[in-house]
Design a protein around this ligand. Structure first.
Ligand SMILES: [Zn+2]
Length: 432
């Protein structure tokens, strides 16, 4: 454990510290952030006393990515939530905007240091330790993932960056430099199993004992996890960050039972119902959209930021000794479909379909027939058959039956030949 004093602190004590930090963060924002001064005033919270503490966090309106984007101007391209002078900013990341203009994420020196501290705790939870080698496959470029790479230095690892899109180079690095760990997206981890199998390369026999994945949901699905662990002969643990809030905020430990909040003390996590935006109680098994607030941020702190990530919470004690609730990401709220009143996540469909391996490859594509979230049954799902499978006529029916029994959704399963659905070296699209 990187910071045992912090990571094993009883959760009530953590919340007491966080309450103090949150009140200070609110006062800071009211003083410095035009965006939050307006937003809080509109909600009848013109001073910090009216806004209260963490117990009253629900009084504060939610913040969306779009609002931040809308507040940027040519004079202030970062947006009205910027709180510091130009010379206090040491790093500016960006996210790829759908409109063509990126949105910018500024950090002060202390913000960057906190990001790296949280990320280092999240990655250390995987069990990786100083002196080990890790091969990374992120071309971080303008993106916040760059700060995750810095956390490998903090952990005392030997970092071998090979970047994205060069599988030959990656496999060569694994064969020759014998790293103990590899960090990549879940999609790429699965792709490499197929890529090496086609070339007769023994991936499971390689030096890699830990596969650390991040960047998209799905690595917590039991069938997917088993497939990757078998293919790599390694333990898979996942990490998760939110560009606007922090990199690798959460990281799973060797017990593989959900991700711990590595960025505890820097970030406060809540759960809401994505439809009604009502706050939900964080108890064992609760599911909802993750909402995050900065507690000690300086450059452009955010309050109650909607992550659009749909998570399930675990509150039982973890044998590793880290305290606090753990999460597993089920899917993106943006990807969610509603089929005759039932919420359906494409990643959940993939999880059920993967139970039919090796008759199926594990690759699926949901093909909605209507625009928007609401869909009429049956929902078309393309399912790729396995590499050497000769499935019987009843496979599509069996999959549809299992989907109906597990997810209460009526689907039309169309089997497609192996290799039909596009693979990704970065993130997989599950919906057409
Ligand atoms: Zn643990």
């Amino acid at each position: 454990m990187l910071a045992p004093g912090v990571e094993t602190l009883p959760w009530e004590e953590q919340l007491a510290l966080d309450d103090e930090a949150y009140r200070a963060q609110l006062a800071y924002l009211l003083e410095r952030s035009p965006f939050y001064r307006d937003k809080l005033a509109n909600a009848g919270l013109a001073d910090a006393a009216q806004a209260g503490g963490l117990a009253d966090v629900g009084r504060v309106p939610l913040t969306t990515k779009q609002e931040l984007r809308d507040s940027s101007t040519p004079e202030n391209p970062i947006g009205a939530h910027l709180c510091v002078a130009r010379d206090e900013i040491v790093r500016i990341y960006s996210t790829s905007g759908t409109t063509g203009t990126p949105s910018y994420i500024p950090l002060t020196a202390s913000d960057l240091d906190n990001w790296i501290s949280g990320s280092a705790r999240s990655y250390a939870a995987s069990g990786i330790s100083a002196g080990e080698r890790i091969v990374s496959t992120y071309n971080a470029g303008p993106f916040a993932a760059g700060a995750a790479l810095a956390s490998f230095d903090r952990l005392g690892l030997c970092h071998i960056p090979v970047g994205t899109g060069n599988t030959e180079r990656l496999v060569k690095a694994i064969q020759l430099l014998e790293p103990e760990a590899a960090v990549l997206t879940p999609s790429y981890a699965a792709y490499l199993i197929e890529w090496t199998a086609e070339r007769g390369i023994d991936l499971a026999g390689s030096s890699v004992r830990r596969v650390l994945v991040a960047g998209e949901p799905g690595a917590g699905e039991p069938a997917f996890r088993a497939h990757v662990q078998d293919g790599w002969g390694a333990q898979l643990t996942e990490a998760m960050g939110i560009g606007d809030i922090g990199v690798s905020l959460f990281g799973e430990c060797e017990h593989q039972d959900g991700m711990h909040l590595g960025a505890r003390g820097f970030v406060h996590a809540e759960l809401i119902d994505p439809q009604t935006t009502q706050a939900l109680v964080i108890d064992d098994g609760a599911t909802g959209e993750l909402v995050l607030s900065h507690l000690r941020h300086r450059a452009a702190p955010l309050l109650r930021f909607r992550t659009r990530d749909h998570v399930v919470v675990k509150t039982s004690p973890c044998p590793c000794g880290r305290t606090g609730p753990r999460i597993r990401c089920i899917g993106r709220t943006d990807d969610m479909l509603i089929v005759r009143g039932v919420n359906v996540f494409p990643s959940a469909i993939r999880e059920v379909v993967a139970q039919f391996q090796p008759d199926v490859s594990g690759h699926i594509r949901v093909r909605p027939t209507a625009e928007g979230v609401k869909q009429d049954p049956p929902l078309p799902v393309a399912v790729e058959v396995g590499a050497d499978a000769a499935p019987g006529d009843d496979l599509a029916r069996a999959i549809a039956d299992r989907l109906r029994a597990t997810l209460v959704v009526q689907t039309r399963v169309d089997l497609v030949p192996f290799g039909t659905l596009a693979r990704s070296e970065y993130k997989t699209r599950l919906v057409d």
